[in-house]
Design a protein around this ligand. Structure first.
Ligand SMILES: Cc1cc2nc3c(=O)[nH]c(=O)nc-3n(C[C@H](O)[C@H](O)[C@H](O)COP(=O)(O)O)c2cc1C
Length: 151
């Protein structure tokens, strides 16, 4: 079995909808156990459990949400030197941009020595069926890749 962790924050529900879709996509792989947590509930032990991670955040003031930043701040030293470089995916809900949040998360995750499985999924404006389908696909891609040993 492989373990896939989803860590996200959402203030008004948009990123939470993407996280749900990603969780459903990941759950299509029977050999993968999925744990989907709000950032404020997630801890270093969850990262140590995971073989791959999806991070989700809104873009707030050109940055990731404070709650996801707090998760990184709380876990960095606890997992440093204790995890192999994990494959990760990133999804972002933004009003009209999202690039600032993406760049900052990517920079932080270079510090964790994590490996991106692809470009971040940036969903601008109201959440659409296409956004949900792409988040579902992102979850499925990471889960399938873990299952097959690709990542
Ligand atoms: C305080 C605040 C700051 C925001 N800053 C940005 C921003 O810099 N760029 C952007 O594209 N959208 C920005 N937005 C819009 C949110 O990213 C967008 O509404 C997003 O869908 C919220 O996701 P959530 O429902 O998961 O909280 C901001 C919203 C708030 C409340």
């Amino acid at each position: 079995m492989k373990n896939l962790l989803i860590v996200f924050h959402s203030q008004t529900g948009n990123t939470a909808r993407l996280a749900d879709a990603a969780r459903e996509g990941a759950a299509c792989s029977p050999a993968v156990t999925v744990r989907c947590l709000w950032a404020k509930e997630a801890a270093a032990a969850d990262l140590l459990w995971a073989h791959g991670v999806l991070f989700g955040t809104p873009e707030n003031l050109g940055y990731l949400s404070g709650a996801l930043k707090d998760f990184f701040d709380r876990t960095y030293y606890a997992v440093q030197d204790h995890i192999q470089p994990l494959p990760y995916g990133l999804f972002i809900s933004a009003g009209n941009d999202g690039r600032g949040a993406a760049q900052h998360v990517q920079r932080i995750l270079r510090g964790y020595a994590m490996r991106a499985i692809g470009a971040p999924l940036i969903c601008r404006g109201d959440i659409t069926h296409d956004h949900l389908a792409r988040a579902h696909e992102l979850g499925g891609t990471l889960a399938t890749g873990l299952e097959l040993g690709i990542f």
